[in-house]
Design a protein around this ligand. Structure first.
Ligand SMILES: [Zn+2]
Length: 199
C-alpha cells in the first residue's frame, strides 16, 4: 500500500518515457518534463532526450547490460516487467518502480515513486564512475547498495561498518549487485534465446 503522504510532493505521481525498438528515446510525457524542470535538470527534458539512445544515460557496462537485457526481453516476449529500484536525492531516499511494457513499435517505461524516507545528512554524496580502480567502492545502480568488505549492504550500514567517508563525494563504480542480477533473471525467466535484435 502506498500512502501518498509518505511521498515528497516533488516525487509524487508517475513519469513516462517511450523508446523505439532500437532503444532510442521516442518521447517523454509532460509529467517527465515537469519533474526534470522542477529538479533544474533541463538537459533531461524531452527536447534534449528525444532521438538519443537510453543506454547512453546508463553509467557502467554491467548496469547498461542489465537494462538492455530487460528491455530486449520485454520487446521479445511482449510481457511487462516491474523493476523496483532506488534513485536517491541528497536529502531523501527514493524507492521507485519502473513498469516496462511493449507498445506499438517500442517500449513504454513508467516510473513511479513508491515511498520516500529522509536520507541522513551524514551519508556522503556519491560520484558515479564507469571504471573501478581498486579503491573505488562497487555500487549497485538498481538498489543503491555498496560492496564493502566483500558484502553488499546499504550505504548507511557500510558507513557504520567502518567505510571511511570524507567531506567529498564518495567515488563509486556503477554495477549491478548479485541480488539484483538474480532478481532480473527471475523477472525474465523463460527468456527467448535470442536477446539481441537488429532493426
Ligand atoms: Zn542491487
Amino acid at each position: 500500500m502506498v500512502n501518498q503522504s509518505d511521498i515528497d510532493a516533488r516525487d509524487a505521481g508517475s513519469i513516462a518515457i517511450e523508446l523505439d525498438e532500437a532503444l532510442t528515446i521516442r518521447s517523454v510525457d509532460r509529467a517527465w518534463d515537469l519533474r526534470a524542470d522542477s529538479f533544474g535538470t533541463v538537459e533531461c527534458t524531452g527536447r534534449f532526450l528525444t532521438g538519443t539512445s537510453i543506454l547512453a544515460f546508463i553509467t557502467g557496462g554491467t548496469t547498461r547490460y542489465f537494462y538492455e537485457r530487460l528491455y530486449r526481453w520485454v520487446t521479445g516476449t511482449g510481457q511487462a516487467v516491474r523493476l523496483p529500484y532506488r534513485c536517491d536525492a541528497p536529502d531523501r531516499t527514493r524507492h521507485m518502480e519502473v513498469l516496462v511494457e511493449r507498445v506499438s513499435g517500442g517500449l513504454r517505461c513508467v516510473h513511479t515513486t513508491l515511498f520516500v524516507t529522509p536520507r541522513p545528512a551524514t551519508l556522503p554524496r556519491l560520484a558515479f564512475a564507469t571504471t573501478a580502480p581498486p579503491t573505488v567502492v562497487p555500487f549497485c545502480s538498481i538498489c543503491m547498495s555498496v560492496s564493502w568488505q566483500r558484502q553488499w549492504m546499504d550505504l548507511q550500514n557500510a558507513c557504520q561498518a567502518g567505510l571511511q567517508v570524507g567531506p567529498n563525494a564518495l567515488p563509486v563504480a556503477c554495477t549491478v549487485c548479485p541480488s539484483c542480477s538474480r532478481f532480473r533473471n527471475r523477472l525474465t525467466r523463460g527468456s527467448p534465446t535470442a536477446v539481441s535484435t537488429s532493426p
